[in-house]
Design a protein around this ligand. Structure first.
Ligand code: SF4
Length: 365
C-alpha cells in the first residue's frame, strides 16, 4: 500500500484498512469517486459514464492503492478502470463465449463435463475485472435468497451421482460472509458422492484482508478443498497478497493460479516470467494461462494466438517446469479446455473447428 493511502477516505484508518467489510463499503463505484481517490481523472471522460451503466465499476481501496495513475498503460489500472473500448463492436465477440447459459441443467449451475459442475453462487465481485468473461452477469440481479438459489443446485447434484467435484464460482464466492459460505460448502460437502470442492476467487489479489483466520478454519473443515485464484501481473504479488495465500496454504489447502493472457498487461515474456517466478516464490502453483475468450467488452484484451505460442516457447527456456502453466483455450460446448502449447496436429485440427474463437487464426504450422 502506498503510504497512508487510507487517509484518502473520510473514515480511513489503518484498522479499517484491514477490515474486508470496510474495504467493500469504500469501493470506488463511480467516476467522481475514482477521481477523488486517485487524485486524477481516468482517461476517457464522459463516455465512461455510459459504459459504467452497462458494465459497472467497483474497485477496492486496497487494489486502488496499487495503481499508478501517472502511467497511462499501468497494467493494474487496465484491469479495473473502465475503458471506452469495452463498448466497441467487433464481430465474433459474444456475451457468453463458452455457451455456459446453454449448459445449465438448473439455474446458475453449469455442467460442461460429466463429473464436474460449476455453481455460480453470486454475481458480485470485490473488484470488477474489465476482462471478465462473465461480465454479462454484473448487472443481473440475483433472484431470491441464497437458500432459494442454492436449493435446486444442491438437489441436482444430489440426484446426479456422476458429479464428484463442485466448483464454487461467480462472481466471487468470498463476497459472502463466513456463515453463508459455511452453509454453501456444507450443502455440497454433505452429498455422499461429492468428493472434492473447489473455490475460484480473486480475493487474495483484490481483497486479501478477506482471508481471515475464521475463514481459513471454515475452509479447513471442508477439505479436500482446492483454491484457485487469478494473479495476472507481478505487481499484484504484494506482501498482503502473499500473506493471504499463505494463510490458505497453512489451512492445508493448495492454492493454484489461473491467469488470463491480456494484451498490455502480461503479454511480454519479461512480465510473464516475473509473474510465474513470483508465484512460485509464494508457493502458488501456476496452473492455467487462459487464452482470452471472445467475450463482448473484452476484445481489446485479446492477443493473437501466435503471440501466446511464442510467449510459451520463451517461457519454456527461461522458467523452471514447476512455474510453467498450461496455456489453454476454453472452447465452447463439449470441447472444453484445450491445451494450446505445445501445438500438436490433433490440437491444431480441433482448433480449426473453432477458428472464430481466435484472432488472426491462420495455418499454425
Ligand atoms: S473476480 Fe472473476 S468473476 Fe469477478 S470480475 Fe474478476 S474475473 Fe470476473
Amino acid at each position: 500500500m502506498r503510504k497512508k493511502f487510507f487517509s484518502r477516505f473520510p473514515d480511513g484508518s489503518s484498522r479499517n484498512w484491514q477490515d474486508w467489510r470496510w474495504q467493500l463499503r469504500r469501493r470506488a463505484t463511480s467516476l467522481p469517486a475514482l477521481t477523488r481517490i486517485l487524485e486524477t481523472p481516468p482517461r476517457g471522460g464522459k463516455p465512461l459514464e455510459r459504459l459504467i451503466s452497462r458494465y459497472p465499476m467497483a474497485v477496492t481501496p486496497y487494489y486502488l492503492s496499487l495503481l499508478n495513475p501517472d502511467d497511462e498503460n499501468d497494467p493494474l489500472s487496465v484491469q479495473c478502470v473502465p475503458d471506452f473500448r469495452e463498448l466497441s463492436f467487433s464481430a465474433g465477440l459474444t456475451d457468453d463465449p463458452l455457451g455456459e447459459d446453454l449448459s445449465m441443467p438448473v439455474p446458475n449451475l453449469i455442467q460442461r463435463y460429466p463429473d464436474r459442475v460449476l455453481a455460480i453462487v453470486t454475481h458480485r465481485c470485490a473488484t470488477y475485472c474489465r476482462h471478465c468473461n462473465r461480465k454479462r452477469f454484473w448487472r443481473v440481479p440475483e433472484a431470491g435468497s441464497l437458500k432459494s438459489r442454492l436449493a435446486p443446485m444442491v438437489r441436482f447434484v444430489s440426484e446426479t451421482p456422476r458429479v464428484r467435484e463442485v466448483i464454487l464460482s461467480g462472481g466471487d464466492p468470498l463476497m459472502f460472509d463466513d456463515a453463508s459460505l459455511e452453509m454453501i460448502l456444507s450443502s455440497f460437502a454433505s452429498i455422499p458422492h461429492v468428493e472434492v470442492l473447489r473455490i475460484g476467487s480473486r480475493a487474495p489479489v483484490v481483497l486479501p484482508m478477506r482471508i481471515t483466520g475464521n475463514l481459513c478454519r471454515i475452509l479447513k473443515r471442508h477439505r479436500p478443498l482446492w483454491f484457485n485464484t487469478q494473479f495476472n501481473h507481478p505487481a499484484e504479488i504484494t506482501p498482503d497478497a502473499a500473506r493471504a495465500c499463505n494463510r490458505i496454504q497453512e489451512a492445508g489447502i493448495p492454492v493454484s493460479n489461473q491467469s488470463v493472457l491480456l494484451q498490455g498487461v502480461n503479454d511480454s515474456p519479461e512480465v510473464m516470467q516475473s509473474l510465474l517466478n513470483g508465484l512460485q516464490k509464494i508457493s502458488v502453483r501456476p496452473y492455467y494461462l487462459f487464452h482470452c475468450e471472445p467475450a463482448r467488452g473484452c476484445g481489446h484484451f485479446r492477443t493473437d494466438i501466435r503471440k501466446g505460442l511464442k510467449l510459451m516457447e520463451k517461457l519454456r527456456q527461461r522458467c523452471s517446469g514447476l512455474a510453467l502453466p498450461q496455456y489453454v483455450a476454453d472452447l465452447p460446448g463439449q470441447e472444453g479446455k484445450v491445451p494450446l502449447w505445445p501445438l500438436s496436429r490433433p490440437i491444431q485440427n480441433a482448433l480449426r473447428k473453432h477458428q472464430d474463437f481466435f484472432d488472426n487464426f491462420e495455418e499454425l504450422d
